[in-house]
Design a protein around this ligand. Structure first.
Ligand SMILES: [Zn+2]
Length: 411
């Protein structure tokens, strides 16, 4: 197995989470009769470039890309985050009716709608049919394709080069990170800027966010590893911002290495120094992560067994990738976690991959009155605990397990 960036052989394993089906392979009732395909879920650190990456199973993406689409606009806080970003970018990069803004993985147009509203020409690139259709309903132009060097060249050749390219939560999800980034170098105008947002590896490691590891998430990114990856692919990093989204993210600002004019901000060096001070250039830093993750998993299992022995009904909340990683790694089934509530109607009445725990609506939660509700998306745990206060009526409590067990006391 070779590094997806520098092709060096990979030998250092950071964490082995056993095997599980792809996290978005939700099952219908009739699929319960059939077997599921399990893949190893194992993360390596490259000895040469330090890119942290998942063992590659490219066919996972091939098999399941159409099964389930996530619509970004369902999260109001994410839509607000995007609106604020557009305001800031328009000002900083002096964008106007003569500019072109492109978003890669434009999803349902949650961000480009704000660009269009300001009268700035824009288009999106989005391979998922359902979300692309939704973006078009907002009056946005979508190129329905996967992005890479070939598409970047073609679009530039058609005179569609960009002043600003936005790529939020997509860099970690592309199997060929080099080809993807070369596309940006091709599509940017000489003075253009691209921004990338992604969860910061430093947070994953320090806050034991091991459940953000799943098959569709190929790379786990730091400035330390990325600065080299950008420059190998014709780009240069000139600014970094920290964001609270997804448990702690970074926003990297890059330009073309051959023609960009933006001055490198001190933020880049500051973040690099912080990562180096934490030990990211040292292989020892990555060792010991397995035992930290195992502690979280063991606490989760022990809690559920104890609750069962005490005759309590325990449910989960939030049927997303994070929960699937934790549940499958812990080997939990419906005898310990009876059902998982999710407000997305496309997921209701389906079953979680692997564990086959049923996904239900909030109505079922009110009917069954579980004594404990495990909040699986810890990044919005406080928000959800507040929303689920009504379970206190029947003595119910919320609890979360990442980075450590936290039982929310009733009011
Ligand atoms: Zn490498």
């Amino acid at each position: 197995m070779k590094c997806r960036h520098c092709s060096a052989p990979l030998s250092q394993c950071m964490i082995d989470l056993g095997t599980s089906p792809p996290s978005n392979a939700y099952l219908n009732e009739n699929q319960l009769e059939a077997p599921e395909r399990y893949y190893p879920l194992k993360v390596f650190v490259c000895d040469s470039c330090r890119l942290v990456q998942l063992q590659d199973f490219t066919e996972v993406a091939e098999l399941f890309k159409e099964d389930y689409a996530y619509f970004s606009s369902v999260s109001q806080s994410w839509v607000d985050h995007s609106s604020a970003y557009v305001d800031a970018a328009v000002q900083r990069f002096s964008l106007d009716e003569n500019s072109v803004v492109v978003e890669i993985a434009a999803n349902d147009g949650y961000l480009l709608q704000w660009v269009k509203a300001r009268g700035i020409p824009c288009y999106g690139v989005e391979p998922t049919v359902a979300t692309a259709a939704c973006a078009r309903e907002k009056g946005l132009e979508i190129v329905e394709a996967f992005f890479g060097e070939e598409l970047g060249m073609r679009l530039a050749g058609e005179g569609r080069s960009a002043d600003l390219i936005v790529a939020n939560n997509v860099l970690a999800h592309v199997p060929d990170i080099n080809d993807f980034l070369r596309g940006f170098a091709r599509l940017l105008k000489p003075m253009g800027v691209a921004t990338f947002e992604f969860p910061h590896l430093l947070n994953l490691l320090q806050k034991v966010q091991f459940d953000t590891i799943y098959h569709e998430h190929y790379s786990y990114l730091s400035v330390f590893a990325l600065e080299r990856i950008f420059s190998t692919n014709g780009l240069s990093l000139f600014d970094v911002e920290e964001l609270p989204t997804h448990g702690g993210s970074l926003r990297c600002y890059v330009q073309r290495a051959d023609s960009g004019m933006w001055r490198k901000e001190p933020s880049v060096e500051r973040m690099l120094q912080r990562e180096l001070a934490a030990g990211m250039s040292n292989p020892c830093f990555y060792q010991g992560f397995q035992s930290k993750a195992d502690r979280v998993k063991d606490d989760f299992v022990a809690y559920l067994i104890n609750a069962k022995r005490r005759g309590m009904l325990v449910a989960g909340y939030g049927a997303a990738a994070k929960g699937n990683t934790l549940i499958n790694y812990a080997g939990i089934r419906a005898d310990l976690l009876a059902f998982v509530v999710d407000n997305n109607p496309h997921k209701q009445n389906k079953y979680l991959p692997g564990s086959r725990i049923p996904i239900v609506s909030e109505t079922v939660l009110r009917e069954k009155r579980p004594e404990r509700v495990v909040i699986l998306p810890w990044n919005i745990a406080d928000e959800l605990a507040e929303r689920l206060k009504f379970i206190n009526e029947w003595g119910g409590k919320c609890v979360s397990f990442v980075p450590s067990m936290n039982e929310y006391a009733p009011e």
